[in-house]
Ligand binder design. Structure first.
Ligand SMILES: *Cc1c(COP(=O)(O)O)cnc(C)c1O
Length: 385
């Protein structure tokens, strides 16, 4: 936060270190070089571009670098857990490239094989039929580990490039809690503000053969001047992610999510895919209360002081604005120092608020319990006035 609010925000620096279109970038060059070096070292990549202003920009730039307009991309469908930039009709990506979408396997009620996992038979079948030039792995609403190896195998079988969009799990990968896609993927894109715990922004890693094209696609292809204050903050985040404390942090994130999922299940909620292996739980609300929508749950919890995100679940009968699900994450509270016991408490607070949602006094009581918990676990001590 200190780097993001620094005087680096006031400098124009179009171009790359040593090749700027403006003078006065001696310090800026050091900052951006440091960020690039730390990032390539963190993930063991050939090349890094730290300029994308967001994850969406990183994805569009990667498509632009690797593909021609109209080429086919195989990616995960939005309502199955994919991101808007994986070809949603609402995203600019679907204007310039042709998308074919894969999804998850059907839901089963067998706890040993719950379903709602990436359907690799479907991925392979679609790849063989449509011969995409690029396959995209990665998701935005998916609580399971994504293994890069089977994606690489399918890409090789059909001669496609592989991009891994690791936006949500970049921090879990850096901490060693999830497999590193860099050895498998031609390009890896991500956001720096999700589990990587840095400033709001994006970044791209790639193999040396794609480096020049990636850099030109980001600038001048897609963006103008970089946000060097954000790049300085990215350099800080990459350093933090390389410290011995970071794997302890990411391991706790995952353990908290697992505890959270089982506590929510005990409260009567159904977890999509039966549980979690990352920082996220995707809750199907219909089992808890058939009348309760994601929209209403989010609004009730807002009143109770609990911030959540309504989200579609696979094959959701309701619209993306209403939804039947909630997406919850453990990363921020883990930073605040919360452990399994606190997540069991949070699950009970959520259940209490939603069960008694028509009783303002009960919501007020949950709100005061939430305030006490947040008072005990404040991640901003030393930051806020
Ligand atoms: C969040 C996310 C993005 C986009 O990041 P923004 O910074 O919001 O543009 C892209 N892909 C995935 C998988 C994401 O989860």
């Amino acid at each position: 936060m200190a780097a993001t609010g620094s005087i680096l925000t006031n400098k124009y620096s179009e171009g790359y270190p040593g090749r700027r279109y403006y003078g006065g970038n001696q310090i800026v060059d050091q900052v951006e070089d440091l960020a690039r070096r730390r990032l390539t070292a963190l993930f063991g990549a050939d090349h890094a571009n730290v300029q994308p202003h967001s994850g969406a920009n990183a994805n569009v730039a990667a498509y632009q670098a690797l593909l021609n307009t109209g080429d086919t991309i195989l990616a995960m469908r939005l309502d199955q857990g994919g991101h808007l930039t994986h070809g949603s009709p609402a995203s600019i990506t679907s204007t310039y490239w042709h998308f074919v979408s894969y999804g998850v396997t059907p839901r089963h009620d067998d706890p040993a094989a719950p379903g709602e996992l990436i359907d690799f038979d479907n991925v392979r079948e679609l790849a063989l039929t449509h011969r995409p030039k690029l396959i995209v792995a990665g998701a935005t609403a998916y609580a399971r580990r994504i293994d890069p190896a089977p994606f690489r195998e399918i890409a090789d079988e059909v001669g496609a490039l592989l991009m891994f969009d690791s936006a949500h799990v970049a921090g879990l990968i850096a901490g060693g809690s999830h497999p590193n896609p860099v050895p498998y993927a031609d390009v890896v894109t991500f956001t720096t503000h999700k589990t990587l715990r840095g400033p709001r922004g994006g970044a791209i890693l790639c193999r040396e053969e794609h480096a020049k094209k990636i850099d030109s696609a980001v600038f001048p292809g897609m963006q103008g001047g970089p946000l060097e204050n954000a790049i300085a903050a990215k350099a800080v985040a990459f350093k933090e992610a390389s410290l011995a404390s970071f794997p302890i942090y990411t391991d706790q994130i995952v353990r908290n999510a697992v505890a959270f999922a089982s506590a929510l299940t005990a409260e009567g909620f159904r977890m999509v895919s039966g549980g979690t292996e990352n920082h996220m739980v995707l809750v199907d609300l219909r089992e808890f209360d058939a009348e309760l929508t994601g929209k209403e749950a989010q609004e009730v919890l807002d009143r109770a002081g609990i911030t959540t995100n309504r989200n579609t679940i696979p094959d959701d009968p309701r619209s993306p604005f209403i939804t039947s699900g909630l997406r919850l994450g453990t990363a921020a509270e883990t930073t605040a120092g919360m452990e399994e016991d606190q997540f069991v408490l949070i699950a009970s607070l959520i259940a209490r608020a939603l069960r008694q949602r028509n009783d303002e006094g009960a919501i007020e009581q949950v709100r005061s319990d939430v305030a006490m918990l947040c008072h005990d676990f404040n991640p901003y001590i030393g930051f806020t006035k």
